[in-house]
Each structure stands twice: as C-alpha cells, then as structure tokens.
Design a binder for this molecule. Structure first.
Ligand SMILES: C[S@@+](CC[C@H](N)C(=O)[O-])C[C@H]1O[C@@H](n2cnc3c(N)ncnc32)[C@H](O)[C@@H]1O
Length: 384
C-alpha cells in the first residue's frame, strides 16, 4: 500500500487502519470456519455453517463499502486496497468455485458461459467452506437478477413471436448468446417457423449449446451457432452479408462489459440490421439498483456502472428516438431491458453513428469506470 502510506489525509489513514483490521477479522473468521466445516461437506442452504459464512461475508462487504466511500479516497487507492484484500483472502475465497473462476478468469473475463450456468442452476461443485461461500454468492441480488433477466428475455421472445404472423420465418439474432438457456423447453409453434442465429466468441459455449440446447428444440425452431466477435456486428453491412437481416435482435449480459464508444457503434449497427417492424432488446444493469461491493472486492468482477439515463444517452448518440423506446425492468428491478422498435420515427437513420459527436465522461463517473481485467469483450479480436 505504497500510495496509502504516503497519503497525508487523516481520514484516509484512519479508514485504512480500520479496513486492514477488518480484513484480518474476515480472514480469522474464514480460517476458523475452514477448520470447523469438513472439506467434503456438501453445502446446505440455511444451516448453521451457511449462516456463519454469510455473516462473515456480509460484515466484510460492509467494511469494504465503508472504506471505499471514505471521503477523499482516490480510485488508485481503492484499486490498491482491493488487490491487497483479494491477496489476503485468496486462500479461503478461492475455495469457492465462483470466486475462483471470477478471480482467475480462464476465459478472459468473469461472466463466461460456465459461470452463467452455475448462476442459472444455483449449483456449486465446491464442498466445505468454498461451497458455503458459493451459496452466499448465488444469493446475491445480482445473481438473482441474472436469473430474472433470463426469464425476462424468454418471456419477451415468446410474446414477440405471438405478435408476429405470416409465412416467412421469424428471424432472431442473439448476440453473445452464452448457454442459450432461454431456449430450454422452447414451445413448438403450430405454423410459425423461427430461425435463431446465435453468436458467441467462446467455442465452449457453442459446443454446450450444440449438445444441450439445440437438440431439444422443436422442429419449428432452427438454431445456428456461430463463433463470431460481437464487436463486428457494429457493421450492419457485415452482419447482413454473413447472416441476413432480423426481426428480433437481442443481447443480454454483454453490454455492461463494453465502453460507451463501442456501444454507440454497436447499437447503431444493430438498429440497421433490423427488418422493417423489427425490434431490438438489450439488457443493462442499473447501477442505482445494486451494490457492486462483493463483485468488485470479493470476486474481481467489474461492470461499467451506468444509470438508465446514461444508457438512454448512448441510444440517442446511436441515432435512436429514445422517446419512442420502452424500458422494462426484470423482477429484481436491477436489470433494465431497452426495447426499440423499427417503426417510422423510432430509429432515426444516421449516415454513420461514427460521425456523431460523442460525449466522453471524465474517468470515474458513471459509464466510464472500468477495471482493465474485466472487459475481455473489448480485447476480443475482430478476427474471431
Ligand atoms: C454474461 S454471458 C451472457 C450469456 C447469455 N446471453 C445469457 O444471458 O445467458 C456473456 C457472453 O458473452 C460472450 N462474449 C463476450 N465477449 C464477446 C464478444 N466480443 N463476442 C461474442 N461473444 C462475446 C461470452 O462468451 C459469454 O458467453
């Protein structure tokens, strides 16, 4: 903590002292629990060990939050403290399957399809202390929001299909499709044909969907899985050349990892890839509705923090008439789904979103805050 030691702010120094002792207290609790909980114990929701692990986890979150909100603390000081916290707690926290995966990021970023599967299935392969930490993480508001978000998109897709008729198949583009859980137990339509084109750059996600999701689809629905970098879809011309135009385009779980600059180009490109009467459905987390502390401190899992208004500004910059858009929250209120329909006046055509002046925010304000270790989407190559 070199920067902290040279800081002269008394409130910072005392906050740091308090915080360091809270880390030791958390480490002490975890160490004690590690001794008490048999290593092969399958975690049981609500038992006394779950309650004790949860109490320690929540107390630690409160300490991290208090430190982070200390008046005058700088972003580098927070990042430095987060690293120290994770180093000191690594031995215990990384016994959790989820914390280990989010801290080590084997796919390059925390929210990969295997992580999503664990959140959807509310299951952990970990036993002992790590299994109990996983139970606590699976109950965090954002983990519940991920499940609610999937339920919302499934319901949206089914409602949308119900609104459409005609002989031509309804074409759906799923961008950053992950495990495609929304298509499990997908109902057969009597006469409607549905063509799903799913894009993801993780070959393992594609294999999973090919093996577990695609084979159980009814005959009326076809699905093609494609390894494709979502960032390439900012060019509508490219997407249309490869995959055609779509009646429904959606993306869930990707945009919170992307910069404003990427998003403006992508939203514009997605609008241009819609058929007439098409609809665009994009999910974002509302920073005002959840606490980032356990993700950023305990898991090393960062998202761009945006309010609903921040996202609407991006749509405006991408050429959308935001007054003609709907915003629909999921059951937890944390996720906002932005729905834009391609009807006259709803999506204003621009020659190029790139030509629009872009407002950049000062570092540290909503919509720009990021931890470099998270945003693999931004580092993904155009070639994939
Ligand atoms: C949080 S998961 C969401 C998956 C799925 N949409 C869902 O909600 O269950 C994010 C997905 O985005 C994919 N992804 C990340 N960056 C990508 C990129 N640049 N191009 C394509 N897929 C990407 C990951 O492989 C992962 O499957």
């Amino acid at each position: 903590m070199a920067a902290s030691q040279t800081s002269s702010a008394p409130s910072y120094t005392s906050a740091l002292t308090t915080f360091l002792s809270s880390i030791e207290e958390f480490a002490g609790s975890l160490s004690q629990l590690e001794k008490e909980i048999p290593a092969d114990q399958v975690p049981v929701h609500g038992d006394r060990w779950h309650q004790q692990v949860l109490a320690a986890f929540e107390k630690s979150q409160a300490a991290c939050r208090e430190f982070e909100t200390t008046e005058g603390i700088t972003q580098p000081q927070v990042l430095e403290a987060q690293k120290l916290f994770r180093d000191r707690t690594g031995h215990w926290m990384e016994q959790s399957w989820i914390a280990h995966r989010s801290r080590t990021k084997p796919s390059g970023f925390a929210g990969d399809y295997e992580m999503l599967l664990k959140l959807y299935e509310e299951a952990t392969p970990a036993c002992g202390l790590g299994g109990y930490i996983d139970l606590c993480i699976l109950d965090l508001p954002l983990a519940r929001a991920v499940r609610a978000r999937m339920a919302s998109v499934r319901s949206f897709l089914l409602t949308e299909l119900g609104r459409r008729d005609g002989d031509a198949p309804v074409r759906i583009l799923d961008i950053a499709s992950g495990p495609c859980r929304e298509f499990l137990q997908w109902p057969a339509a009597r006469s409607q044909r549905v063509e799903v084109v799913a894009l993801d750059n993780d070959p393992q996600a594609i294999d999973y969907v090919s093996q577990h999701v695609k084979p159980q689809l009814p005959d009326s629905t076809t699905m093609s899985m494609n390894r494709y970098n979502a960032l390439r879809t900012r060019s509508a011309e490219n997407t249309i050349r490869h995959f055609g135009k779509f009646d429904v385009i959606y993306s869930v779980g990707l945009c919170d990892y992307l910069t404003d600059e990427h998003l403006v180009g992508l939203l514009h490109g997605w609008g241009e890839t819609l058929n007439e009467q098409g609809v665009l459905y994009i999910a974002f987390k509302d920073t005002e509705q959840y606490d980032q502390t356990p993700y950023q401190w305990h898991l090393d899992w960062f998202f761009y923090q945006r309010t609903l208004q921040d996202v609407l500004r991006l749509y405006e910059q991408a050429g959308f008439n935001v007054h003609a858009m709907d915003t629909v929250r999921d059951a937890t209120q944390i996720i906002v789904n932005f729905v834009a329909r391609k009807v006259p006046g709803a999506i204003v055509r621009l020659d190029s979103a790139e030509a629009q002046p872009r407002r950049r925010r000062a570092p540290g304000t909503a919509g720009t805050k990021v931890q470099s270790s998270t945003a693999s989407s931004e580092g993904a190559t155009e070639a994939s």
